[in-house]
Design a binder for this molecule. Structure first.
Ligand SMILES: Nc1ncnc2c1ncn2[C@@H]1O[C@H](COP(=O)(O)OP(=O)(O)O)[C@@H](O)[C@H]1O
Ligand SMILES: [Mg+2]
Length: 291
């Protein structure tokens, strides 16, 4: 099968190394230290999740791995080579799926392949990946005819068609309902089994991180540092509602809560923020994307 053949061509030992990476931005009110000396070593084929309060630099870090941003200090390497520019070997999937409404499903998937190969070849590859995300029947549909889950699947197929070694996912399922998200968890895990890609997955949803990750990194409030790393030693596939997943999620949530309170104190009116922080206590696991 095509997919397997293309995988064999991949270089082995595609290690991803984030080495003492800091990032400053110049904002209107002065300099913002977004990330402070982040170091993470990721093995080939690992599924890594990042959780942390809003504004702690998760997207910035993902962008640096993609080569869309450069670190102010430190370096990101793929197989020992410094990442300086974007490459189709590291593809980002965003929350909003970012599909082109004027193209149909298969044209969206083909988009990144346009300059690389002839029409027949790219159609064949796109069909392979559309089938992989179970959208084979919808290749002629337009974006406005698709549900949120289907749009996510198209975005995943489009990314996979580029045959990247590293898939970077920035809160890709945050806007979906819980049932659709559960199905997509199964699908992305199945795809990951088949493709052996390295996945770095950002989420606000702690249970989602435990459901999917080999390791989960908790970030501090800005400036983002690694607060704690959790190795998730649970067999796969995992059930988001199982006792063991909930237990891990609670441990991670405890680490995260402190950071969210810090974020709220800094970002919003103090009285409101304390009230909000108290409200978070019994709520527990899923912080939603607005926090
Ligand atoms: N291009 C930019 N210019 C100025 N500040 C930025 C820029 N990109 C991000 N930031 C700031 O850096 C911090 C981290 O942002 P981001 O990586 O988007 O956080 P997260 O994804 O964890 O919510 C935030 O305070 C944000 O406002
Ligand atoms: Mg973000």
């Amino acid at each position: 099968m095509k997919l397997k053949r293309s995988l064999k061509q991949k270089k082995i030992n595609m290690r991803l190394s984030i080495e003492k990476v800091s990032k400053n931005f110049t904002a209107q009110h002065g300099k913002v230290l977004a990330l402070d000396e982040i170091s993470i070593q990721i093995k080939e084929g690992e599924f890594i999740c990042f959780v942390g309060p809003s504004g702690c630099g998760k997207t910035t870090l993902l962008n640096m791995v993609a080569g869309l941003e450069t670190p102010t200090k430190g370096v990101v390497r793929q197989s020992g080579e410094e990442i300086k520019i974007p490459s189709s070997d590291r593809v980002v999937i965003f929350q909003e799926a970012a599909l082109f409404p004027w193209l149909n499903v298969i044209q969206n998937v083909e988009f990144g392949l346009v300059r690389r190969m002839n029409v027949r070849k790219r159609r064949e590859i796109s069909r392979t990946f559309l089938n992989l995300v179970h959208l084979g029947r919808f290749e002629n549909a337009y974006v406005h005819q698709l549900s949120g889950g289907m749009k996510s699947r198209v975005a995943i197929a489009r990314a996979l068609a580029l045959n990247p070694s590293i898939l970077l996912m920035d809160e890709p399922f945050a806007a979906l309902d819980a049932q659709t998200r559960d199905i997509l968890h199964e699908e992305i895990e199945e795809i990951w089994f088949q493709t052996k890609q390295t996945i770095v997955f950002v989420t606000h949803n702690v249970r989602e991180a435990v459901r999917l990750g080999d390791r989960v990194f908790v970030f501090t409030a800005r400036p983002g540092r690694i607060k704690k790393e959790f190795q998730i030693d649970l067999p796969r596939p995992r059930d988001t509602n199982s006792e063991s997943v909930v237990l891990y999620a609670k441990l991670i949530q405890q680490e995260l809560r402190e950071e969210i309170e810090k974020f709220l104190k800094e970002e919003v009116d103090r009285d409101w923020s304390l009230k909000k922080a108290n409200l978070l206590r019994p709520a527990g696991i899923d912080l939603g994307s607005g926090i």
